[in-house]
Write a protein that binds this ligand. Sequence first.
Ligand SMILES: *Cc1c(COP(=O)(O)O)cnc(C)c1O
Length: 373
Amino acid sequence: MTLAAGTGTESFPLAWEHRPSESAIAEARREEILANPGFGKHFTDHMVAIDWTLEDGWYDARVQPYGPLLLDPAASVLHYAQEIFEGLKAYRHDDGSVWTFRPEKNAERFQRSARRLALPELSTDDFLESLRRLVAVDNDWVPSGEDTSLYLRPFMIANESFLGVRAAQKVGYYVIASPAGAYFSGGVKPVSIWLSTTYTRAGRGGTGAAKCGGNYAASLLPQQEAAENGCAQVLFLDAETGTHIEELGGMNIFFVHKDNRVVTPELTGSILEGVTRDSIIQLVRDRGYEVEERAVSVEDWRAGVESGDITEVFACGTAAVITPIAELKTSEFSIGSADAEAGELTMSIREELTDIQYGRRDDRHNWLYRLDA
Ligand SMILES: *Cc1c(COP(=O)(O)O)cnc(C)c1O
């Protein structure tokens, strides 16, 4: 059975309607927000919405004023967490143009997440068009300061009013946008991370490879435990054996070895396939490094650091790009030290990646996608 097909009024490609906001934030206030946006706190004047029903497929694609959704208290997302999301950034280049990074990867991952959560798939074309439509209207919200961006958050929810347990037959797709400041104000700083030995984020056959809110709900308590232990992030092990490193709550992890080798946990089905992860694999290969995607145990990490074989460890994801990891802490022992400096390759790959994203370096892999044209 496939949920993707709508047979009724669905048109290809979707026809778009623009309903402009009548209460847009004043320019002076917007400039004030853009000067110090933080992360995920402020939202632009508009949002994208597209409706879907099993009968009609996708319809009523629109850009509308940003504002609360009207949900029936029985809406299925509120009860059974049938929800998926994406996260990508719009970057303003020096010439004023606005670009994003490998969005077709996000579109395809969104389709895979949809399949896993029994939600309807949105075509890559419609996904890309939804980003372009929003940026066309809220272009002024894309900041231009160093390392700033407009964070784009597409998401899909089940909003059928029905408490029976089955895939919803009424769904909404939305995109909201939030200006984002430099993740590390005052320079990139290596972080300590906490190893969760009590909790896991994903099991075999579960939703670990899907970008869904439920995975994040399950990661919040261990994340709290990490914070209580002075750590910025939590690291999860595989649920089956409790030995292999999977990923952080919302970032993938890499190990740099001294003989031009880079290692990252292989995609087992319970790890989220990061676009940043994939891009880093390409960039370090371009530099002649050998990349191994394989199982890495905590013991491998400990022994590697002790012998000097592992020289750098870092985490990666769209929000923070690349974060150097100084130390792994557990209730019993720690690996590395809290005051370790950021590694050389870590910082150099970070710079290369952000240079590509901000148009400061040749985009040799054609990763950039123009949003404002
Ligand atoms: C989004 C996400 C990542 C990073 O993916 P990117 O595409 O690089 O932003 C890693 N792990 C999890 C669990 C995520 O949800």
